[in-house]
Design a protein around this ligand. Structure first.
Ligand code: F0G
Length: 457
């Protein structure tokens, strides 16, 4: 007998309180925060879906590993446990630990970026793009057209447009492309997976032109699970086997260990190229630390080594992907338009479709995110014109999509928390036509979504 209820494959071992607030109090908190959800005190948030990064719960085995951590400056046994756990899944020759993903990106693009260079990807995550551009290079997104259509049901909307990639390589010149990247899953494109077939296609093109191929693999286990579930011939394979095959298609990777490695902090850069690894290690010593701990304490390295064994559990991944879909499908059924199919780590609400009466330059995503907080204390994140609308030349243009991301921290909330989120969202749907836009009252010079303040219209 199989039952349809997917239970959390864990029991709660330690708890953190959620402070209850009233709608009246939240109206005051959000006004005091200048209507910017990043400025809220997190104690005043009931269900925090701002990010799945570093916000997950560690297991008792991870906490036990924390106690086992060895803080030797060089050659700690915790480092060897970490390195073995990484290489068990991603057998690259060199592993370079960093304090989080963007530090790995900064080191890699300092080493290989620079003016005149171009780096294609399916879709670069913001910090990846920012680090590439900071080096003087150009970041280019070449996701398939279905990846930009919120309602397309393509099973692998994170795929690279292979024809566009080859055309790009020919027009840009191999000498100007230090490497090709793939983000798995594609966070900026709705948490959508990339197929094994597409990864093989990218790998083959890279081999044909002798270009290195790197993965931004933050959500590698979720991506591998989607491959197992959706791709022909994959359903009987162990996720570990799929992950190793993906790793073998590439020459290296950047990683935020705050996602699938189930850590609260951490990251790494891994690669095969000896000469590039030496340059990167020297940069690591300048900015992160000695190569056997990078930006991390020995105890963090141990917690990550355990997390890497837990995240590839089929029971965990089945629960993870189905519980995100449970939220997304209930919202869609209740009339909340979402990016389809539902992604791995988050549900992306299509605020443009829900609030067509709000002009993109009055920030429908921001308006919806604020309403979710006011009504139910839920904190999501606008991914739309507030985040992407200000161009380097100072002009403001609407973003391609107006989304609100509800990211699900790993192993943190129960089904009743999620049922509450569904109830709040559907209440907001009922009142959608009464929502109003916002204008920005104060805007910083860069990365305005973090610190701008807003006023309601
Ligand atoms: N790459 C991807 C695909 C990411 O989603 C992130 C972080 C990074 C790189 C950078 O890693 O935060 O450890 O420096 N994403 C978080 C998010 C912040 O909320 O999606 P980091």
């Amino acid at each position: 007998m199989t039952f349809k209820t997917i239970i959390e494959p864990f029991k709660i071992h330690s708890v953190a309180p959620i402070a209850m607030t009233t709608e009246k109090e939240r109206n005051r908190f959000i006004e005091e925060a200048g209507f910017n959800l990043f400025s809220l005190h997190s104690d005043n948030v009931l269900i925090d879906l701002l990010t799945d990064s570093g916000t997950g719960a560690m297991s008792r085995n991870q906490w036990a590993a924390i106690q086992h951590g060895d803080e030797s400056y060089a050659g700690s046994p915790s480092w060897l446990l970490f390195k073995d756990a990484v290489q068990n899944l991603f057998p690259y020759k060199h592993v370079i630990p960093t304090h989080q993903g963007r530090a790995a990106e900064k080191i890699l693009f300092t080493a290989i970026g620079g003016a005149g260079k171009s780096i294609p990807s399916n879709t670069h995550f913001d910090t990846t793009r920012a680090n590439i551009e900071y080096s003087g290079a150009e970041a280019v997104d070449l996701v398939i057209p279905e990846g930009k259509d919120p309602s397309s049901l393509h099973p692998f909307k994170g795929n690279m447009d292979l024809a566009a990639l080859e055309k790009f390589i020919l027009s840009t010149g191999v000498e100007n492309i230090p490497l090709v990247m793939m983000t798995i899953t594609n966070n900026s494109g709705g948490g959508q997976p990339v197929s094994l077939e597409n990864l093989k296609g990218v790998s083959a093109i890279c081999k044909k032109y002798s270009l290195p191929f790197f993965l931004d693999a933050c959500r590698f286990a979720e991506n591998a699970w989607f491959i197992r579930e959706r791709e022909a011939g994959q359903s009987q394979r162990d996720v570990v086997e799929i992950v190793r095959e993906i790793a073998g298609l590439a020459d290296g990777m950047t990683m935020s260990a705050k996602k699938d490695p189930l850590g609260n902090i951490g990251g790494w850069l891994a690669l095969n190229d000896d000469a590039l690894a030496e340059i990167c290690r020297n940069l690591l010593i300048l900015t992160e630390g000695f190569p056997t701990y990078g930006g991390l304490a020995g105890r963090d390295l141990e917690a990550l080594a355990v997390g890497l064994t837990e995240v590839v559990s089929h029971d965990y991944l089945k629960y993870r992907i189905q519980s995100t879909a449970y939220l997304g499908n209930a919202l869609v059924k209740g009339g909340m338009p979402c990016v389809l199919p539902i992604g791995g780590h988050a549900v992306y609400i299509d605020a443009k479709a829900l609030l067509p009466h709000i002009d993109p330059l009055n920030y429908p995503g921001q308006s919806l995110a604020i309403e979710l907080y006011k009504v139910g204390g839920i904190r999501g994140c606008e991914i739309g014109t507030v985040m992407f609308g200000r161009k380097p030349d100072g002009s403001e243009v609407p973003a391609a999509m107006e989304l609100v991301r509800l990211a699900i921290p790993r192993r943190t909330y129960t089904q009743s928390h999620i049922d509450y989120v569904i109830e709040v969202c559907l209440e907001v749907v009922k009142n959608a036509k009464n929502l109003r836009g916002y204008r920005i009252s104060h805007e910083p010079a860069a990365l305005r979504h973090f610190t701008s303040t807003f006023s309601p219209l």
